[in-house]
Design a protein around this ligand. Structure first.
Ligand SMILES: Cc1ncc(COP(=O)(O)O)c(C=O)c1O
Length: 399
């Protein structure tokens, strides 16, 4: 988004500083484009938006209006999705450690994917105790698609028969779908592998076509080129992912029942569409090194600022700029490693604004009340998405 000094000063007066700004129009266009790429190739495609990435109810409501479901991994996220207005049958509940709400969720027809045998055993007991209720579950499967690490999530593909046997012994319990999610494997080849593995599992373990197959997420979203080039050359487009995934589904389920194909995009949908506006509070020169202290911390921006160089823009607002060389942008915390950007060279003054791009995911939701409460988030339309937290709110849970 483009900001000028007057707009930022106006924001500051109204909402405080620093500030998250959500590009609502950009988000909607991107969402529609992403969805269209997949649904044009496979007619039973559905997005379930990953709440952990950014559970701001304002964004959740937009996704709901756009026709997406919610993907949650805790009772807290489930309650947020319900608050947003979802019925349980429009919510996908994943995760290795679900809370007690799984019981009413299953009774209500929620889409629940079991992560492990202990969870499966609890559900089996619950089914035995409630013989008049038919319960449907999905299984998260742990598949090998050639990734470079052993994932800890789901039931190992070699143990699937055991899981299906446990369910088969329970008359009022059935498996209606399968799910996987593999992080750090974002190439189209990795996606083709996971599709083929999941289809093979569906063919082998289901007498009829399952109700759904959920492939999780793990795609590159649209990015500022400055960030994109840090991930590699020629990153796949949404069209290429859709071709790798939805076209295979279309071919496989050419005739008869078509299971719902879920993917669970989070960062893919939201990352590019939130900017963070910080202010330069001081410029320090210590033993030949320059530190630029901002009015925020790495916790506001999320882990990505430690892994990559976020795209930044400097908006001049201070007086007496100086040329800094290889400066680190550091935060208000007392942590030496609270560094948000390394090696900035250019003109800078106290009072200038630094706009960090691409901070839609794992940013506001990952900010602990460490040293300071979190700041506000607004939409580009002017709506308040989250007001700034207060000390009183932080104190309210302490006796
Ligand atoms: C189960 C599950 N689904 C979806 C996502 C979101 O994936 P992404 O942010 O790559 O779109 C995650 C992220 O870790 C996840 O664990």
């Amino acid at each position: 988004m483009q900001f000028d000094v007057n707009t930022i000063k106006n924001f500051e007066n109204k909402f405080g500083a620093p500030l998250y700004v959500f590009d609502e129009k950009g988000f909607i266009l991107n969402y529609r484009h992403f969805e269209q790429c997949f649904s044009s190739k496979y007619q039973n495609y559905k997005i379930s938006y990953s709440y952990k990435t950014n559970y701001a109810p304002y964004i959740g409501r937009l996704v709901k209006q756009l026709g997406g479901y919610a993907e949650v991994v805790s009772d807290m996220e489930l309650e947020i999705a319900r608050y947003v207005g979802y019925q349980d049958n429009q919510i996908v509940y994943n995760g290795p450690s679900k809370g007690p709400l799984w019981r009413p969720f299953l009774i209500n027809g929620g889409i629940l994917n079991v992560d492990n045998f202990e969870e499966l055993d609890r559900i089996r007991h619950f089914a035995v105790e409630n013989p008049d209720i038919d319960l449907k579950i999905g299984l998260r499967v742990n598949i090998d698609i050639g990734q470079s690490f052993i994932s800890r999530f789901g039931i190992d593909e070699t143990d699937l028969q055991k899981a299906f046997d446990i369910v088969a012994k329970c008359g009022n319990l059935c498996v209606r779908g399968i799910h996987c999610h593999i992080g750090r494997s974002r190439t189209t080849d990795a996606w083709k592998n996971r599709v083929n593995k999941m289809l093979a599992i569906a063919d082998r373990f289901f007498a009829e076509v399952p109700d759904y197959i959920s492939l999780g997420s793990g795609m590159f979203g649209v990015m500022d080129p400055l960030l994109g080039e840090q991930f590699g050359k020629n990153l796949p487009s949404f069209e290429e992912y859709a071709f790798a995934v939805a076209s295979i589904f279309n071919e496989h389920f050419k005739e008869g029942k078509k299971p719902v194909l879920f993917t669970e995009p989070g960062t893919t949908l939201v990352n590019k569409y939130i900017d963070f506006i910080a202010t330069v509070e001081s410029i320090k020169h210590i033993k030949g090194k320059t530190f630029v202290v901002l009015n925020c911390s790495k916790h506001n921006l999320g882990e990505i600022c430690e892994l990559k160089r976020l795209p930044i823009r400097i908006i001049s607002a201070g007086s007496l700029p100086e040329t800094v060389c290889e400066a680190d942008f550091v935060g208000y915390t007392c942590l030496e490693h609270d560094v948000m950007y390394k090696g900035f060279t250019g003109d800078l003054a106290v009072g200038d604004y630094v706009v960090f791009g691409n901070v839609g995911g794992y940013s506001n939701v990952s900010k602990p009340p460490f040293i300071r409460p979190n700041c506000a988030m607004i939409s580009s339309t002017g709506a308040v998405i989250k007001r700034a937290e207060t000390t009183k709110e932080i104190l309210s849970t302490y006796e």
